[in-house]
Design a protein around this ligand. Structure first.
Ligand code: ADP
Ligand code: ZN
Ligand code: ZN
Length: 751
């Protein structure tokens, strides 16, 4: 038994981001990774034991005792303690911030109690003597017989024989104990697809490569031989590869983690995994109730699940003996955390895989430029990935034919509808044939902005720098950034004119236009507005799967990973919306969105048709997505990034100063720029790695009533970017009253 332990206090403040030594009282047995309650100043705090020792340099009078253990097991596995340490360096965060990611939020502060229920179990097997002794008490005997198959909640036993448990316990035949029950998510999902289809040639080859790597040491091997990028066209059967790989992990006594990008995708994936793996599969995601999340976590921690499926945070699942870490739709930006610590789940996954000697498998039909680049010749061994390609659809069908419709021509022909003549005709044909269609509209609401025809005034949010969206269903103007709402204007607040016009279309408008075009045809809509409730995604998708709705309208939520065999038509109503976002990644995002959307058509029976409506029919992202030529797109896009000095060739970072007082926010940013420039001048060797520094208002200057100024820094990724970022972090630590400072590195959103 160790006499002292070194503890990280669960407070995220820089001053306490270090180890504090406590005495371990007699009789208390602690292990590394265990959470403890300790006195801290005048308070009690939770902490994490990071090490134990027999001796200490801390003087006796300063030492205090650990009060107790928070749990009787280490909540943080030893490998996860190491991972947290790596994160503190990689993401420049405190230990407490990193360790907090590794347990459910509700476990901290003892906010959730384990749900316990009274359970009855036999003290020993029933004998013939027992049966004889109870021959006059048939109900008691029946209860014993019930329990001979295994323990049951007393409520269940008492339901048929009220009070019987008490009596049997008094006789010493059974024991009643409070036991933890587990709330299981997704109980209602029907288990289908349990069959195991024979693999296609491409799938078999992928499996051979993956298994050879798993058995040879996985990601711990040098030169990227255990790290894979699976580039498989939509419908090539990537999920089946994941499933088989997991099965092979189990065969070897190992486990797996599968990350999926978004909640909307999870019900279908979970369904498949549950069907194949039953209780071996655990699901973690944010839409579970707090209790459900804690229960799944505990079950995993106890070894009760062998594969964990979840969104980004599932990469911190407390599971040991990993054999594979799989990231589906690896190009999705949801793998980047938008809060501190701003980690990239793909990088964390790589660390976990290397540590465990597991295979790392990233899969996508449209890999991110950065990941694909790692598979190219000439990449340094420590960055390298091995490419696996699956170029054919499982059903042998061709990829759907993609037609581009030039909306400018459509307009000049006198068609002012949001649907081109071509799309209208195909929609009618599709529905008449008894098939289903999906329409992608990457903006929600009814009209995207409201403006005055006589003076040009645009209705904006008074807290943010953006136009407000008109929502017809609720007849209100809504800000998509802060959620503010108010009634639509009747007269122009600027000039008093009554000529208020509504422009731009969103999903609600598309839904309404569909009702006009296809009267009586049931239509589903999936966007943030229709999916606020807990199981709403699954409800909308299941109505569509059952054919209760014939057309599904939605934002990018519907473009991913979903598999509906009866869909033969996919329409992209306004492809330019993604393209026109001012961000160096807009072409990549448009290409991804179009390819993924196109991949929804013709997955089973018929070859599908995809109609892409655009004002920029010649843009390379649109043209190459229509041709479904990822490689050609990759080469053009990589070239554009190289010449334009964009990531992954460079690192973009910003110090964002946010505050109610505009002058203070701006001054804080200016001061930070000055500090950074001075530091660079003093470090001449590093200075030439910086391409650009400037201080400007952020593209979205106001958000939720606060002003935002940024020091934008562009630097070569090969050079001293780490040192520069560390200095920026230091600068960000200097506090300015009334101003919040954030360092963002390659943020998902540059607004
Ligand atoms: P992807 O994720 O690559 O787009 P999926 O994994 O969704 O493709 O697979 C497409 C469809 O093909 C699914 O319905 C899946 O069940 C089916 N499938 C996958 N592999 C096979 C196989 N070897 N034999 C028959 N059907 C398969
Ligand atoms: Zn006006
Ligand atoms: Zn707003």
């Amino acid at each position: 038994m160790s006499r002292y332990c070194q503890v990280i206090i669960d407070i995220t403040a820089e001053q306490v981001d270090r180890l504090f030594t406590y005495r371990v009282p007699d009789g208390l047995e602690l292990t590394i990774g265990q959470r403890v309650i300790v006195p801290f100043g005048p308070m009690k705090r939770e902490g994490y034991v990071l090490s134990l020792s027999e001796e200490t340099d801390v003087s006796e009078e300063k030492l205090r005792d650990v009060l107790r253990a928070a749990e009787d097991y280490p909540a943080i596995l030893p490998e996860m303690v190491r991972l947290a340490g790596w994160m503190t360096k990689k993401y420049r965060c405190g230990w407490a911030e990193a360790l907090r990611l590794m347990i459910p939020a509700e476990m901290r502060g003892g906010r959730i109690s384990e749900k316990k229920i009274a359970t009855a179990r036999l003290v020993r097997p029933i004998t013939e003597e027992d049966r004889a002794a109870l021959s006059r008490a048939p109900k008691q005997l029946a209860a014993l017989e019930m329990l001979s198959a295994g323990p049951l909640p007393t409520a269940v036993v008492n339901a048929s024989h009220p009070g019987v448990c008490r009596v049997l316990a008094d006789k010493g035949l059974i024991r009643i104990e409070e036991e933890e029950t587990l709330r299981r998510p997704y109980r209602a999902i029907e288990e289908e697809r349990a069959k195991e289809p024979p693999l296609t040639a491409e799938q078999s080859r992928a499996m051979e490569m993956l298994l050879a790597a798993m058995d040879a040491g996985g990601a711990a091997m040098e030169g990227g031989r255990g790290r894979f990028l699976l580039h498989g066209v939509t419908g090539s059967g990537k999920t089946e590869v994941y499933i088989r790989l997991i099965r092979e992990c189990f065969r070897r006594g190992r486990t797996a983690i599968v990350l999926v990008p978004e909640i909307a995708l999870t019900p279908q994936m979970v369904n498949w995994f549950r069907a194949r793996f039953g209780d071996d599969a655990a699901v973690i995601h944010s839409r579970l109730s707090a209790g459900e999340r804690c229960d799944e976590w505990r079950r995993i921690r106890r070894g009760g699940a062998r594969v964990v499926i979840g969104a980004r945070s599932a990469i911190f699942a407390p599971i040991s003996d990993l054999g594979a870490v799989i990231i589906d739709e690896e190009h999705e930006h949801t793998y980047l955390s938008e809060h501190r610590p701003r980690y990239d789940a793909r990088e964390v996954a790589r660390m976990r895989a290397e540590e465990a000697g597991a295979v790392l498998l990233l899969g996508s039909a449209t890999p991110s430029i950065a990941s694909y680049m790692r598979c190219m010749p000439g990449v340094k061994p420590q960055n390298r990935f091995t490419l696996i390609e699956m170029n054919h659809r499982v059903n042998g069908r061709d990829l759907p034919a993609v037609e581009i419709v030039d909306m400018a021509k459509e307009f000049s022909k006198g068609n002012t509808s949001i649907f081109s003549a071509r799309l209208q005709a195909e929609l009618k044909k599709c529905v008449a044939a008894g098939h289903q269609a999906m329409l992608l509209m990457n903006r929600r609401g009814y009209n995207t902005f409201v403006s005055c025809r006589s003076c040009g005034y645009v209705e904006k949010c008074d807290q943010c720098d953006v136009a407000m969206t008109y929502h017809q269903a609720e007849n209100c103007m809504r800000c998509h950034y802060c959620g503010a709402e108010h009634a639509p204007p009747r007269v122009c607040p600027e000039c008093g004119s009554k000529y208020i016009r509504y422009f731009g279309a969103g999903t609600q408008k598309v839904e309404e236009e569909l009702h006009k075009l296809l009267p009586g045809v049931p239509v589903g809509r999936m966007d943030i507005d229709t999916t606020r409730e807990k199981d709403s995604h699954e409800r909308i998708l299941s109505a569509f799967r059952k054919g209760e709705t014939r057309v599904l309208v939605g934002t990018q939520m519907i473009a991913k990973g979903l598999d509906f065999p009866n869909v033969t038509l996919v329409g992209v109503v306004a492809a330019d919306m993604t393209l026109n976002v001012p961000d160096y990644r807009s072409a990549e995002r448009a290409f991804q969105l179009l390819t993924q959307a196109a991949g929804r058509a013709g997955r089973a029976r018929e070859t599908g048709i995809v109609i892409v409506q655009t004002y920029e029919p010649d843009h390379y992202a649109i043209r190459l997505a229509a041709l479904q030529d990822y490689r050609a797109f990759y080469h053009l896009e990589a070239d554009y990034r190289r010449k334009g000095l964009y990531p992954p060739f460079t690192v973009l970072a910003r110090l964002l100063a946010t505050g109610r007082d505009e002058d203070k926010a701006r001054e804080a940013a200016e001061r930070m720029e000055k500090a950074l420039r001075e530091w660079l001048e003093a470090n001449a060797a590093i200075e030439h790695d910086v391409i650009k520094i400037h201080t400007r208002p952020a593209p979205m200057k106001r958000l939720r009533g606060e002003y935002r100024y940024q020091v934008f820094v562009k630097m070569f990724s090969k050079g001293a970017s780490d040192e520069i970022l560390t200095e920026m972090e230091q600068i960000a630590e200097e506090s300015v009253p009334g101003v919040r400072i954030d360092l963002e590195v390659n943020p998902v959103n540059l607004m």
